[in-house]
Ligand binder design. Structure first.
Ligand code: C2O
Ligand code: CU
Length: 469
């Protein structure tokens, strides 16, 4: 990692001239309305959040229960989740439980697993998450706009026997595009964003849950980093703390990976376990790294080492019920070629069953294709009986990175040496790369496979698989 500064780090120059620098303050959260019955509610509605300093007005947002992030839902592994979405927005909406291996009807994809919930409508989600880990929920309707406005929250499923830490802190990383008055800019339909790297903001912020600002030397932390940005890839560095990544996208690593930074594409998560190594009077920091510069997202004042004792090496988290694949023998292959976007050389694409020139595609707001098709194809990328192993070699013939997300399953990457990487639900692919994912299709239903750069998804990058019983 190109870290110029040693901690304590000073705030570097801004990323662009409109970039504000973030503090460690959690967003204001409003409480939900009175309930008619005892079903917990996620009320999607307009609200206000204090994103910027008090020199600015509060930011009008859309949030679950009016706050951003929405309520942090915490369950023990094996506990059932029941949440009623109440839609008090001017647009239809739905909730997707990102990374959770839900039954198909609970996946929250309008037009595929449910109807979008109209303004004034309701929908009750009811399932038991099988895996412990760090997950998140978000709107899956007009998501480029709805997530950019704040419709997301964390779902933490606690291990039955969690690792012992002094603080378990969720770090919600978002990238906002704000006007001079601190309002979310409403330029959600900029074709230039869609054809390039997406809606990249001018204000990156880490919301901490709970809002911790003081630590003691030698304390052990669990940091749950979640990139909820619509399009921005983030390189997050940890300073004044040392430890390892113990889980990616909610799934435990067999061997914790010692590192001081992580690259998170949109929707990706990393759980760290770290010990505070900064001296008393110094600061521990979370920073975002852009090119050769680092910007502080959160800082913690470090006090004298307290009662905290050294807990020895960082152990792996207890495994989840989903075991990594032992073999990929007999895998059914489904190739996926990604094309389009600016500088991609796309000439034509299929849209709603017709071959269109690029100019006509752009007129439809479409500019990316999977296997020549823009938008959701009529037929799935592959249809397999439940239990089959599927391998999807993905070839990125575009000039941009993409964060490919499969619903309802975790997959493993087939690495260059033939071995399989860790379980993930979203894989960040660089331009020009070909990477292959493999998984057991063990969850019946129709499942999206799409780019989680939501601008790219909107402008064409989505397909689906069908798992039959
Ligand atoms: Cu985070 Cu299609 O989802
Ligand atoms: Cu993409």
């Amino acid at each position: 990692m190109a870290t110029k500064q040693e901690s304590p780090m000073t705030v570097g120059p801004v990323i662009d001239r409109r970039m504000f620098l973030a503090g460690a303050t959690a967003f204001a959260m409003a409480s939900g309305p009175a309930r008619a019955d005892s079903t917990p509610q996620l009320v999607a509605r307009p609200g206000k959040a204090r994103l910027l300093s008090t020199d600015y007005p509060e930011t009008p947002i859309w949030g679950y229960n009016g706050g951003v992030p929405g309520p942090e839902l915490r369950l023990k592994q094996g506990e059932r989740l029941v949440q009623r979405l109440v839609n008090n927005l001017p647009q239809a909406s739905s909730v997707h439980w990102h990374g959770v291996r839900v039954p198909n009807a609970m996946d929250g994809v309008p037009g595929m697993t449910q109807d979008a919930v109209p303004p004034g409508g309701q929908f009750t989600y009811d399932f038991t998450p099988p895996d412990a880990g760090t997950f998140w929920y978000h709107s899956h309707n007009q998501s480029t706009e709805q997530i950019a406005r704040g419709l997301y929250g964390l779902l933490i499923v606690e291990e039955i026997d969690p690792p012992e830490v002094d603080h378990d802190i969720s770090v919600v990383l978002d990238d906002w595009r704000l006007s001079e008055t601190g309002a979310i800019t409403e330029d959600f339909d900029r074709m230039h964003d869609w054809t390039h790297a997406g809606r990249i903001g001018n204000f990156t912020k880490a919301a901490l849950l709970p809002q911790v600002s003081r630590l003691r030397r030698n304390e052990r932390l669990r940091l749950r980093l979640v990139n909820v940005a619509v399009d921005r890839i983030m390189v997050i560095g940890l300073h004044g703390m040392a430890g390892a990544i113990v889980a990616l996208d909610g799934m435990p690593l067999r061997v914790p990976e010692r590192t001081d930074h992580v690259i998170l594409g949109p929707a990706q998560r990393a759980d760290f376990i770290v010990d505070v190594t900064a001296e008393e009077g110094e600061q521990a920091l979370l920073a975002i790294h852009e090119r050769d510069e680092a910007f502080v997202l959160s800082h913690f004042d470090v006090g004298a080492s307290g009662q905290s004792v050294s807990r020895g090496p960082i152990a792996p988290l207890p495994p989840n019920p989903l075991a990594p694949l032992a073999t990929t023998q007999g895998a059914q292959m489904a190739r996926l070629v990604m094309e389009g976007g600016a500088m991609g050389g796309l000439r034509q694409g299929i849209w709603k069953g017709e071959v269109l020139s690029v100019r006509d595609l752009v007129a439809e707001g479409q500019i990316w294709t999977f296997n020549g098709v823009a938008g959701l194809p009529e037929t799935p990328l592959i249809e397999v009986p439940v239990g089959e192993i599927v391998e999807v070699p993905m070839q990125n013939d575009t000039a941009f990175p993409h964060a490919m997300h499969l619903h309802g399953h975790h997959f493993q990457e087939r690495l260059a040496d033939g071995s399989l990487g860790p379980l993930r639900d979203t894989i960040l692919m660089d331009r020009g790369e070909t990477r292959s994912i493999v998984f057991r299709a063990d969850n019946p239903g129709d499942w999206l496979l799409h780019c989680h750069m939501l601008s790219h998804q909107k402008a064409g990058m989505k397909t689906w698989i069908r798992v039959t019983t």
